[in-house]
Design a binder for this molecule. Sequence first.
Ligand SMILES: [Zn+2]
Length: 240
Amino acid sequence: MPVDVLAIAAHPDDVELTCGGTLHKLKKRGYKFGIVDLTRGEMGTRGSPEIRAREAKRAADILGAEFREALDLGDGGLRRGREEELAIIDVIRREKPRIVFTPYPDDRHPDHRRAGQIVTDACYYAGTRKIETSHPAHRPQQAIYFSTFISHPPQFLVDVSDVIDIRRAAMRAFESQFHKEGSTEPETVLAQRNFLDLIEARAREYGALINVEFAEGFLSSRPPRIDDLVKAFEGNEPGF
Ligand SMILES: [Zn+2]
């Protein structure tokens, strides 16, 4: 069964922290989506690949993903040779997504940067018939980018106010990565007490730009089509 949308990121939890609300919102509209993690997160300071795999499965279930799978392209040094590119091309061809979410190919974390680049290229090559893999050619309509650590000014925003609880629950499924009172695991950026507040603050800031409570922000090489320009700016005060 093909999916409408595929989210392909470097580490388990990247998707939840950036586009989980949008994915669940699409699901509510009847679209099917899947999640592909390019690594197992084995270099993460906290947790273990086994724990992260369990957490990732739970988060995907909360969001309503059709499936979640992990490729093993090397956490902390994501490989991006031809072999890895062909593996991603084959997943795209197998699932036939119309939209692919992936990290913006400019990010503080090299794995995110590499993921964004190789997935963008794979989206294109997946439509090239003479590149042979085990599934027939299929090119998604568009790769859509999310920011992770560095906040790139978004080109468009998706209102996720009505699904914010699901978004939160999916993030919190990654218990091993975030702050836990009394934990003896090493401190990391993600495990700081206020990390999830910071992530939510970004969603609030984006939401304020479009007069809703929470939004997720995206970029793409082509702009999305707007059918109702009046509705698109509903509630805005002129001059702001
Ligand atoms: Zn990551």
